[in-house]
Design a protein around this ligand. Structure first.
Ligand code: KIV
Length: 274
């Protein structure tokens, strides 16, 4: 195999070809140890700009930089060998023009080695998606609730409940699919709207808070493992409560150190090994 051949087994085109087939399994990851656990079990890993909240303790994704996405993208790509790795384009790095988006996406792809980028927006981003996809950059689109627009939307409420909003989101879906998006994340919309979109467009839909009718599902991995005790969105099922295990381990460690129960001889180096 040539050194330049892609090493990932699942490509964006393979994800696109899964439309209407077996459910596409997607999760976020931001770090090497998490990517190592996630990679064998999923089809697609998203290095999401949700790292603003999960890693950096920010309140929105608006403050994420290209440097942050590149550092985490590189860690994830370097650790995964099976899943298709997609990196989010951060707010302010692509909306101005297709040329700006191309420069950012090309930088993120070359500096991380990811297979594709994700960007938020529907009809307004269709020209950009076409520009990128026709120049060799696979794009995952993201419609419905678009967290980077939180300041314009006024919050994180369900999208598409009114007829006007549902029609606009359907137009967004059609526009990004026709522009060449290899898949479309639909976030926090009603089930009937997610169903209508999934039936209408040729690209696979990946739901988060958009019901089981989508072609695949994505969650923030930290949410499903219970890394946060106080964040419990309706659309997440918790498969573990790791925050409790981590806290118990820390409490036990602190108590052992204070009582001089740790370290014990098995953890100690002597002058001569036996
Ligand atoms: O940033 C992110 O993690 C995302 C997913 C929630 C789809 O965009």
């Amino acid at each position: 195999m040539s050194k330049t051949a892609p090493s990932k087994s699942i490509t964006p085109s393979a994800i696109k070809a899964r439309k209407g087939g077996p459910a596409i399994v997607c999760l976020t990851s931001y770090t090497a140890p998490m990517a190592q656990l996630v990679d064998p079990h999923v089809d697609l890993i998203l290095v999401g700009d949700s790292l603003a909240m999960t890693i950096y303790g920010m309140t929105t994704t608006v403050g994420v930089t290209q440097e942050m996405m590149i550092a985490h993208g590189r860690a994830v790509v370097g650790t995964s060998s099976h899943a298709c790795v997609v990196v989010d384009l951060p707010f302010g790095s692509y909306e101005e023009s297709p040329a700006q988006a191309f420069r950012t996406a090309a930088r993120i792809m070359t500096e991380t080695g990811c297979a594709a980028v994700k960007l938020e927006g529907g009809m307004t981003m269709a020209e950009t998606i076409h520009f990128l996809t026709s120049r060799g950059i696979p794009v995952m689109a993201h419609i419905g609730l678009t967290p980077q627009a939180v300041n314009a939307l006024g919050g994180y409420s369900v999208r598409g409940r009114s007829d006007v909003e549902a029609t606009a989101i359907m137009r967004d879906a059609e526009a990004v699919a026709e522009a060449g998006a290899f898949s479309v994340v639909i976030e926090k919309t009603t089930e009937p709207l997610a169903r209508a979109i999934t039936e209408r467009i040729a690209s696979p839909t990946i739901g988060i808070g958009a019901s089981a009718v989508c072609d695949g599902q994505i969650l923030v991995v930290d949410d499903l493992i219970g890394l946060f005790t106080d964040f419990r969105p309706k659309f997440v099922r918790r498969y573990a409560e790791v925050a409790q295990s981590i806290e118990a381990a820390i409490v036990n460690y602190a108590s052992d150190v204070r009582a001089r129960r740790f370290p014990t001889p098995e953890h100690v180096f002597q002058a001569h090994s036996h």
